[in-house]
Design a protein around this ligand. Structure first.
Ligand code: HEC
Length: 243
């Protein structure tokens, strides 16, 4: 078989592999497995690049150009594999597929441009790109975010971590009557402080908590002196329910 033919076959496999998120949807994968799948895309794409380079006409264009591509493409590929990109990208199969296709393109370019620069360079660069992707799966160079779970797994972990501290709006109502009603009104209708009815349209729960912990004067700072962290969560949750 001609190497061009093999190249097209490998290219087809790479693309089927890369667009998997589009037809499989979001799949829950640990970051490590995810890295290894990305390494696979890179290996396949780099292999395609090598095969194309083999049957390509002798290098056209300046060698400096090919050298720059050989160096920049693998760097961009590593950026695309930043673990914190995974959760946001995974939620959108189209974005995830685009990321894979980007990786495939960069893997291809690394190998093809390397070979155009000088025979053997593309092989060496592909191997080092692949080695980096493979090592990244074990945390090399990216260790802290290795604990980052994929989008689907995260809520469960977060829920478990927060189990004891889920906000309780009923308790929040009591905190509110004691500490806030004097300024914001018994029902949050407002007074010396602004009306808090419909507050959820201005601040979400996180923002309300942040505000209560660090308010602007004249609203007094009651945390951590008067209110505990749990009180803040509860009263923020209560304020969010005011309609
Ligand atoms: C001494 C009066 C006073 C007390 C007590 C007080 N606040 Fe306020 N609060 C204010 C004032 C005044 C503002 C507006 C400050 C500003 O916008 O710069 C405000 C703003 C807010 C806001 C932001 C409203 C917005 O624009 O989104 C929230 C939420 C809030 N208070 C909640 C609370 C909660 C909960 C408590 C009780 C733990 C509390 N406040 C106690 C006076 C008070």
């Amino acid at each position: 078989m001609k190497s061009r033919t093999v190249a097209y076959i490998v290219l087809a496999v790479t693309i089927v592999f890369a667009i998997a998120p589009t037809y499989r949807g979001q799949i829950e994968l640990p970051v490590r497995v995810h890295h290894l799948l990305h390494a696979m895309v890179l290996v396949l794409a780099a292999f395609t690049g090598l095969l194309f380079a083999r049957s390509a006409a002798p290098a056209k264009g300046s060698r400096a150009f090919w050298l720059i591509v050989t160096i920049v493409a693998p760097m961009l590929a590593m950026f695309l594999m930043w673990p914190s990109n995974y959760s946001p990208l995974d939620r959108l199969p189209a974005a995830h597929t685009a990321e894979h296709l980007g990786l495939a393109l960069l893997g291809f370019l690394t190998a093809y441009a390397g070979q155009q620069y000088a025979t053997g360079v593309g092989v060496a660069m592909s191997l080092s790109l692949w080695a980096m992707a493979f090592l990244a799966a074990w945390g090399f160079g990216v260790s802290p975010p290795l604990q980052v779970q994929t989008a689907a797994a995260a809520p469960t972990a977060a829920a478990a971590a927060n189990a004891g501290t889920a906000p309780d709006p009923h308790h929040g109502q009591a905190v509110f009557s004691q500490n806030c009603a004097s300024c914001h009104g018994a029902q949050g209708q407002g007074g010396m402080g602004p009306r808090l009815i419909g507050e959820s349209s201005r601040k979400d729960l996180m923002q309300a908590e942040a505000w209560i912990e660090n308010p602007q004067p004249p609203m007094p700072k009651l945390y951590p002196g008067t209110l505990s962290a749990q009180d803040v969560r509860d009263v923020a949750a209560y304020v969010e329910t005011l309609k």
